[in-house]
Design a protein around this ligand. Structure first.
Ligand code: ARG
Length: 400
């Protein structure tokens, strides 16, 4: 049985109660660790105080925003990673970086276990545990919330009884997870997939702008590096776009998704920066990637997103995909213009020094230098197999 545990601490009800519960029920020492991945949170000092008040031996806060943006979000953007074609993996991407810091803290503090506050029904437990086993197979993983059998009301009572300073009220109905790549909102009345999400659930995408505008995003080798000519780090690009694109009320997703544990769940998301960046990046690839590379990459993208969703960030297949994707990005340098209006964000232009778009090949004007005469033979051979088949089997079969 573990003696010292490092808990992934959010400052919320469940993880605050988990601190005390593990001390009392499992007889362990708890070190709480909060990892800043750009979530809206109380002041980190307040979060630290709360963990200590709940009984933690120590409370650590790590700022992992830059690392998260550069080493987790940037590769996912290069992969245009959208789970089931729609969800940019907000929570799924943050778990591996949190686990990395959890494991490092466990080593530092001489702990023999890590812990998380996930329930047994979600994907996040899968990501925490599989990532931990990849990075530190010797560490035990404790999942107090999964086993303690308390409902929300009972947890609140537990907190009151043990003087744990929580802010939760019985009315809080949504389960929210956010970071710089977006925000996930689930539960409450949205558990009915037919129910319209209440307006109050949206925060990043509340409409604040009305004047249409353009935003030009500059990419270098698949990474966004500039907005409207201003050189920015990955983190600043994301912050800027969350603000600008979000102010047009664009970036909402409402979907029923397939969780790893076999449940279909109704999820709503706000992802202004991530969806705008994927839209722009994919568009830039359309002029920078040679056709076969573009198509093959598009085939592996959904698989990449599934691996990340399913907790396999630290897996050999995902690493191999990263090498492929990385190599595909060598010439993905250029600019994309997005046009914003309330409720809409569309690409209106793209350009690149490596563009494979050749005006003289594409044009119908006088500048045309496409060799029209080559087409006759090419098309004849292209159709030769079909022609032979139709001649043998009878051309009437071809149109039944
Ligand atoms: N369904 C999303 C995912 O699995 C979001 C999960 C959000 N987590 C939460 N604790 N609310 O990635």
């Amino acid at each position: 049985m573990a003696k010292r545990v490092v808990l992934a601490y959010s400052g919320g009800l469940d993880t605050s109660v988990a601190v005390r519960w593990m001390i009392d029920e499992l007889g362990v020492e708890v070190i709480a660790m909060a990892v800043d991945v750009g979530q809206t949170s109380d002041d980190w000092d307040v979060v630290r105080e709360r963990a200590l008040a709940a009984g933690a031996r120590d409370a650590l806060v790590v700022d992992a925003r830059e690392e998260f943006a550069e080493e987790y979000v940037a590769p996912a953007l290069a992969a245009n990673a959208l789970y089931e074609g729609r969800y940019p993996l907000v929570s799924a991407l943050s778990r591996p970086v949190i686990v990395k810091h959890l494991v490092a803290a466990a080593r530092n503090e001489g702990a023999d276990a890590v812990a998380h506050g996930c329930t047994g029904k979600g994907n996040d437990q899968v990501r925490f545990e599989v990532s931990t086993r990849a990075l530190a197979p010797d560490l035990e993983v404790v999942a107090p919330v999964r086993g303690w059998g308390m409902n929300r009301e009972e947890s609140i009572l537990y907190a009151y009884r043990h003087d744990i300073p929580i802010q939760a009220t019985k009315e809080k109905v949504y389960s929210i997870d956010d970071n710089l790549w977006g925000r996930a909102i689930e539960c409450g009345e949205m558990e009915d997939p037919w129910a319209v999400p209440p307006v109050g659930v949206w925060s990043m995408t509340k409409v604040r702008a009305s004047e249409p505008r353009d935003v030009i995003i500059g990419f270098e080798q698949g990474r966004p590096v500039e907005i409207d000519g201003r050189r920015l780090g990955m983190l600043e690009v994301i912050d800027t776009l969350n603000d600008v694109v979000g102010s047009y009320g664009w970036g909402r997703i409402d979907m029923v998704e397939n969780r790893r544990v076999g449940i279909k769940s109704r999820e709503t998301y706000e992802c202004p920066a991530s969806l705008a960046l994927i839209l722009a990046h994919k568009d830039l690839e359309s002029i920078c990637l040679e056709r076969d590379l573009e198509r093959e990459k598009a085939r592996i993208e959904p698989r990449y997103a599934e691996l990340v969703y399913d907790g396999l960030w630290f897996s050999p297949l995902k690493q191999a995909f990263d090498s492929f994707i990385d190599s595909s990005q060598e010439f993905v340098t250029g600019e994309v213009r997005l046009h914003l209006e309330p409720g809409s964000c569309v690409v209106t232009g793209r350009r690149s020094p490596h563009s494979l778009y050749d005006y003289e090949l594409a044009t119908y004007d006088a500048a045309d230098r496409f060799r029209h005469e080559d087409s006759a033979g090419f098309v004849r051979l292209w159709g030769l197999g079909i022609e032979t088949w139709a001649a043998r089997q009878g051309s009437d079969r071809a149109h039944t």
